[in-house]
Structure formats: C-alpha cells, structure tokens
Design a protein around this ligand. Structure first.
Ligand SMILES: Nc1ncnc2c1ncn2[C@@H]1O[C@H](COP(=O)(O)OP(=O)(O)O)[C@@H](O)[C@H]1O
Ligand SMILES: [Mg+2]
Length: 312
C-alpha cells in the first residue's frame, strides 16, 4: 500500500454533491452555489463530519479565490492581521469575491484575536467573505455570530441509517480501490463506533490496512493505538489533548478504559509511582458507578494521574 498519502485527503469530496450530509444541509449549500454567493458563515459541529470539506467544496465549485487559515496553529493577532490584510486588501484576478476559510476558529483567543477578527471582517467586507469552522460555536464571541449565518452540522435521527449506509458504500469503494480485503461486519462496527466522525473512520481503516486486510483485529488495534496517544499526552502534561482523548474514547465504557490504563501502566510509568496510581484508578472506578457524568469523572481521574505519575 502507498503510505505517502492520507486517505482523508485523497478522498476528500471535491463537490457538495459527493459529500455525505443530511438533506437540509446539502440543500442550503447547493443553494449558495447556485447563487454564486456565500454569506459569511460559521460552520459548527463535531470533528470529522465535513465542515472544512464543505467550505472548500463550495468555494471550489463557485470558483472563488480563497485562502485557508488554521486557528489552532496560527492564532496570534499579528500573523492573522498580516495574512488577512495581504490577501483581503487586493482584488482577485477575475475581480470576483474572495474568501478566507478560518478553520478551527474556536481556538482563536476570545479576548484578543476574535475581536480583532471582527475588525478585519468589517474592513474588507466589500471584496472578502469569511467561512469560520468550529467544534463549539459558543466559544465564538457574539460579534462574530452576528456577522455570520450559523450552520449546525446536526444529523437528524431519521437520516442516520441512510448516511451510515452511504458512508459504508464510500468506504468499501476506497478499500476496493486500494486492493484491501475486508470483513464487512467489522466495517459496520467501525462506522457505528465513530459515527459521524468520518475522518476518524478513514484514519483508523488506513492505519490498520497496512496489514493488507481489515479484520476483527482492528477493534483491538484501535485501543492500543489510542492508549499510546493518551499516555504521550499525559506525559507531556497536555491537558487539552487528554480532554480531547476522553471525548473521543468515552464510547468505550469507562470501566474498560480504566482497566486498559491499568494494564498498560508498566509500559509507560515508572515503577515507583505505580502503587499510587493503582489507588487513584480504584477510587475512580468506584466513583464511575455513581457519577452523573462519566466524561468529567474520567477526565478528573486522568488529570490526577497526570499530576502524580512519574512517566518513563
Ligand atoms: N460529509 C462527508 N462526506 C464524505 N466524506 C467526509 C465527510 N466529512 C468528512 N469526510 C472525510 O473526512 C475528512 C475530514 O473531514 P473534514 O471536513 O476535514 O472534517 P471537519 O468537520 O473536522 O472539518 C475529509 O477529508 C473526508 O475524507
Ligand atoms: Mg476541519
């Protein structure tokens, strides 16, 4: 298998029609394309559901000059100002409207960068439009909301089976093209597990397909890969990443996760701090039977471990 490219990029839909989306969303986006005009937008929704893909596809289909800025990587005001100014202050070659995709805009500082962004939006509104994507729209300040239409990527329950089925077909086409054999039931399970995080589905499948075939082993494999990620983040004291990990993995039940951490302690943690961590795990496992919100309990547990453990 060619490992030099990522499936998520290689198979990113180039137009709205090939995106797997609820009908009402598709209709909205196709309407923008038909009009040849996109209002300032906030695309909000969970990871891997197609926000960035939709932004790129619409602009590609209309044929607009655009620039992409990633809010989680380039979040300083100065970088943002320079980039936006250079791009937005000049007219595009064909004289048409230009667009800036501000990806992961909820990472921009709400005290400094977001208010500045509001200023840029005003300043260049004549020839430049904005598409902001975010996981949490309530992290964007009100003045940004009031300058944009908000589109929520929510999948109505009634449409879920159809979309899962569509994605299944898509995945199978990819696996066939890549010459990878598969057990259909396993694919169903992966899709069911991560729905509707399509990025996650594709990444897990690509990672595992290095072995040439997708079988039940992938379900174990996922857990292994994930625990490594988690331990790495805890070692580096990256609270935000630990939090993301919890959100992404809580579909496994929490007792199983705690057991998994326990089983893997010797690989990642210095022997001297293991007894202490076992006590922490025991306490939180007990609490897991009573707490109202498993996410908070799990994150509290991992935070405590992160603070106490001596990592290797
Ligand atoms: N609605 C979708 N239809 C088809 N593929 C999708 C869809 N959403 C995501 N994907 C796949 O997952 C990848 C990541 O999607 P992306 O749009 O970057 O997600 P995000 O919502 O986090 O911005 C895409 O490149 C594509 O391969
Ligand atoms: Mg994105």
């Amino acid at each position: 298998m060619d490992t030099t490219f990522l499936w998520v990029e290689e198979y990113r839909p180039k137009n709205i029609d090939s995106c797997i989306l609820p009908q009402s969303l598709k209709k909205t986006f196709l309407e923008f394309i038909r009009e040849g005009h996109i209002p300032n937008l906030i695309l909000s929704g969970g990871p891997g559901i197609g926000k960035t893909t939709v932004a790129k596809a619409m602009l590609g289909e209309i044929g607009c000059t655009h620039m992409m800025i990633n809010g989680s990587e380039e979040s300083g005001i100065d970088v943002l100002r320079t980039k936006i100014k250079n791009f937005a202050s000049t007219v595009s070659l064909d004289g048409g409207r230009k667009y800036i995709i501000l990806d992961e805009a909820d990472y921009l500082n709400p005290q400094s960068t977001q208010p500045a962004l509001r200023g840029f939006m005003e300043e260049f509104h004549r020839n430049c439009g904005y598409i902001l994507t975010c996981n949490y729209k309530n992290k964007l300040i009100e003045p940004l909301h009031s300058r944009c239409s908000v589109v929520d990527f929510i999948i109505p329950n009634l449409e879920k089976p159809k979309l899962a089925d569509d994605f299944m077909k898509r995945v199978i086409a990819i696996l066939n093209e890549q010459g990878i054999s598969y057990d259909k039931r396993v694919i169903v399970e992966i899709i069911y597990k991560h729905f509707p995080d399509w990025r996650r589905v594709l990444n897990e499948l690509q990672r595992y397909s290095a072995s040439g075939t997708i079988d039940a082993g992938i379900l174990v494999n996922i857990a292994e890969v994930n625990i490594r990620e988690l331990m790495q983040s805890m070692k580096n004291k990256e609270f935000t990443n630990v939090r993301k990990w919890v959100v992404n993995n809580l579909d496994n039940d929490s007792v199983r996760i705690l057991r998994y951490v326990y089983d893997n302690l010797y690989n990642y943690v210095d022997g001297s701090s293991i007894p202490h961590i076992v006590v922490i795990l025991g306490e939180y496992q007990y609490k897991a039977a009573f707490v109202a919100d498993q996410e908070i309990n799990m994150l509290a547990c991992l935070t405590e471990i992160m603070a106490r453990a001596k990592f290797k």
